[in-house]
Ligand binder design. Structure first.
Ligand code: SF4
Ligand code: ZN
Length: 313
């Protein structure tokens, strides 16, 4: 995006018979483009992805998992622009200033686009992430991921939404794909698809930004004037995905378009061979909350039980 030659004209303006200086250059597409056309280009690309993977139907009710970051807010903005019934869902993880700042930004944005933002707080539902980290001897992000997935699915159903949309971008997907390929984790690979259909108590999950890079989304938010949380969660430091992303970005720098090609080729050539290869886990309903679970009691209810034991002792 940084190699825009001085005086380059926007290619889209050119095709429409007008002349306007480009604001950025997209190396993966060899496209110099102006700000206005860039915003529209992103919306159209996301629309194409939604259509290609049949992610959303017109009458679906969508809940967007909003973290206050650029991807989730931009995704919400784009879905609303495309005319979908999309509301937001924010989980206050109780991670100090980070959670407070991101919550404020999510609320502010919901007002700007005039859509409902549902908010729950882990303090009321379970325990804030830093306390969970203290009590359970597991990596913070893994506990946080389990808890977020649980409440997103549970609340989506309770609130009457049938689709859960998350802001995972191309860099996120490629980083996970890369790790799963390094370990040849067939089970994960067989489920790494941008749509997971509704089944066994899970609502449909979709990732409409799966073909948009992190930089492209940051630029969309910037041009669109979306205010988002610009610093990382304090627990993100050292997360191995960050290292993988740096490595992949270095490769992309050398061969623009490599990330997209890697991901598209997986979806087209490898995923169809993998998709039925996972060892189907028979899910039960948690005997306490009724959510899908591998065991009689789900992981979140187990955490709750352990927390009650701690409080009693
Ligand atoms: Fe949760 Fe880890 Fe993400 Fe922080 S970085 S929000 S702890 S998953
Ligand atoms: Zn449960």
């Amino acid at each position: 995006m940084n190699s825009l030659k001085k005086g380059s004209l926007c290619l889209i303006c050119k095709t429409k018979g007008t002349k306007k200086e480009a604001d950025i250059y997209l190396p993966a597409y060899r496209l110099p483009i102006c700000k206005e056309h860039y915003l529209d280009w992103v919306v159209r690309r996301v629309e194409e992805t939604i259509k290609e993977f049949r992610m959303i139907k017109r009458d679906d009710r969508i809940l967007v998992a909003v973290s206050g970051g650029k991807d989730s807010l931009a995704l919400w903005d784009i879905l609303v622009k495309l005319g979908y019934e999309a509301d937001g869902f924010y989980i206050n993880l109780g991670i100090g200033e980070y959670s407070e700042d991101s919550k404020e930004l999510a609320i502010k944005f919901s007002k700007e686009i005039n859509r409902t933002l549902h908010i729950i707080s882990l303090k009321d539902e379970l325990l804030p992430i830093p306390k969970l980290k203290e009590k359970f001897n597991k990596p913070t992000c893994s506990v946080c991921g389990t808890v977020k997935r649980y409440y997103m699915n549970k609340k989506a159903k309770e609130l009457g939404y049938n689709v859960l949309a998350t802001g995972h971008n191309l860099d996120d997907e490629v980083a996970v794909l890369f790790k799963n390929v390094l370990t040849w984790d067939i089970n994960y690979l067989s489920r790494q698809y941008p749509v997971l259909e509704e089944e066994d108590g899970f609502v449909r999950k979709v990732k409409p930004l799966c073909r948009m890079s992190e930089k492209e989304m940051a630029l969309y938010s910037f041009f669109r004037g979306i205010e988002y949380i610009e610093y990382e969660c304090p627990f993100a430091e050292g997360a191995s995905t960050i290292e993988t992303k740096k490595f992949i970005s270095a490769l992309e720098e050398k061969s623009p378009g490599m990330k997209l090609q890697f991901y598209n080729s997986f979806l087209k050539r490898v995923y169809p061979l993998m998709k039925d290869k996972d060892q189907k886990v028979i899910l039960k309903s948690c005997k306490i909350c009724g959510e899908p679970s591998v065991n009689d009691t789900c992981s979140v209810c187990n955490m709750k039980l352990k927390i009650e034991d701690y409080t009693k002792s």
